[in-house]
Design a protein around this ligand. Structure first.
Ligand SMILES: Cc1cc2nc3c(=O)[nH]c(=O)nc-3n(C[C@H](O)[C@H](O)[C@H](O)COP(=O)(O)OP(=O)(O)OC[C@H]3O[C@@H](n4cnc5c(N)ncnc54)[C@H](O)[C@@H]3O)c2cc1C
Length: 370
């Protein structure tokens, strides 16, 4: 495994600009059970029980689930690799991949402190995120491999809620406002502290920027006063300077496998956050592994994975368009369908239903989810 970043135990647990809280639910749960990793998540993440709005439970999560930062998730997974698979998996951290030849099956990478080197592999698994080098190589080198891009008006800026101690239950994600879309979530406290840290994602339909902390304070007071109550002046000042991310970029590949390369996770097709990015990435990894074991051959296994996962990825990507920030119709529909238990974003969390099933069922409601 060639990873550009440092070992997760050496890297910060979260990036303050992007430290939204991630929830691991049904699809991730299936993958974690598959590799026997749930105890590692129990140790390092917070339990997840659902969604609250205004102190009421609006979505109840009864299966095992967790919330945490991306760094906590990586720490849990690498600890499992160290404990159980150290002899089978060689990980090279701080090692950037620059080129792929998908026909020859070669990867060019630069190990830390060395020159670039090129090596052949039997199968190249591109798990290199939204800006994937492996996907770019497939697009350039495999005829008929196309990538469709969509840009949706979803922007996100993070604020830390450092005044939040025990006012809200940290085992729930906490909706604090619907327009802008404000959801707060807890991650475990820093070492030696039992007090969780809270981050709130503020979702808007336009880029958010402020020329002073006072302007940010005014915005919060007018648009989401509950957030302002829970943030110190320091947290508001940091929020005023924080980068606002365009998270509405969506990509769909025509296929996920070609030559000696296959794509999983965001590399295969990033979509706007609906609590499924990490879950779907882990499920894709599980499915690829199962397909290879069943086929008894890397290439046939990767092709089978492509056939099975592509409709799933298309479906979750479709679901991710159903909650655009500050969209009155989407907000109204979400409130209505959540009460009736037919909200597609809530249903996508289930370990019992595939994403394609959720989409097929939603289509029975005609124009509701169109
Ligand atoms: C605001 C926001 C909120 C989100 N909320 C949720 C949520 O609540 N729940 C959820 O499940 N998901 C959520 N997501 C999505 C989630 O973060 C991603 O979908 C998930 O991290 C994808 O996992 P991945 O392993 O495919 O890619 P990544 O996490 O992006 O990992 C890719 C890895 O590849 C490495 N890499 C990249 N290029 C190279 C290279 N050239 N050479 C070597 N290594 C390389 C990177 O260093 C990185 O470690 C959210 C995303 C955003 C932006």
């Amino acid at each position: 495994m060639l990873e550009r970043d440092a070992h997760p135990e050496l890297a910060p647990r979260f990036n303050p600009d992007r430290s939204y809280t991630i929830d691991i639910t049904g699809h991730g749960l299936r993958a974690l059970r598959h590799i026997d990793a749930t105890s590692y998540f129990d140790e390092r993440l917070m339990p997840f029980r659902g969604l609250q709005y205004g102190d009421h439970v609006v979505e109840d999560w009864t299966e095992p689930g967790w919330t945490g930062s991306r760094g906590d998730i990586l720490r849990a997974l690498t600890a499992l690799v160290t404990d159980a698979y150290e002899n089978l998996v060689h990980i090279e951290f701080g090692c950037k991949v620059s080129d792929i030849d998908v026909h020859a099956g070669t990867v060019t990478y630069t190990p830390p402190g060395s020159e670039a080197t090129t090596q052949p592999f039997d199968l190249i698994v591109g798990a290199d995120g939204a800006g994937s080098v492996v996907r770019r190589a497939l697009q350039e080198q495999i005829s008929g491999f196309t990538v469709e891009t969509t840009s949706l008006p979803n922007y996100l800026t993070v604020i830390e809620l450092d005044r939040l101690s025990d006012q809200l239950d940290p085992t729930y994600l906490q909706a604090l406002a619907t327009r802008p879309f404000c959801v707060a979530g807890a991650i475990k406290g820093d070492e030696d502290s039992d007090v969780p840290r809270w981050f709130c994602a503020i979702g808007t339909k336009k880029t958010l920027s402020f020329d002073s902390p006072e302007a940010a304070r005014r915005y919060l007071r007018n648009e989401c006063p509950r957030v302002l109550d829970l943030a110190s002046p320091k947290a508001v000042a940091e929020f005023a300077q924080r980068k606002c991310y365009h998270i509405g970029q969506k990509l769909l590949c025509s296929q996920l496998h070609g030559g000696s390369a296959v794509l999983i996770g965001d590399a295969a097709g990033p979509f706007p956050p609906i609590g499924q990015g990490v879950n779907a990435a882990m499920e894709a990894g599980m499915l690829l592994s199962e397909s290879i074991v069943t086929a008894g051959d890397l290439s046939i296994g990767a092709a089978r994975y492509d056939l099975q996962w592509k409709p799933e990825l298309d479906a979750v990507s479709w679901i991710s368009e159903k909650m655009l920030f500050e969209n009155r119709i989407h907000t109204f529909r979400a409130n209505l369908t959540m009460k009736g238990g037919i909200n597609v974003i809530g249903q996508a969390k289930s370990s019992q239903k595939s994403y394609a099933q959720v989409r097929a069922e939603a289509r029975r409601y005609g124009p509701l989810w169109r």
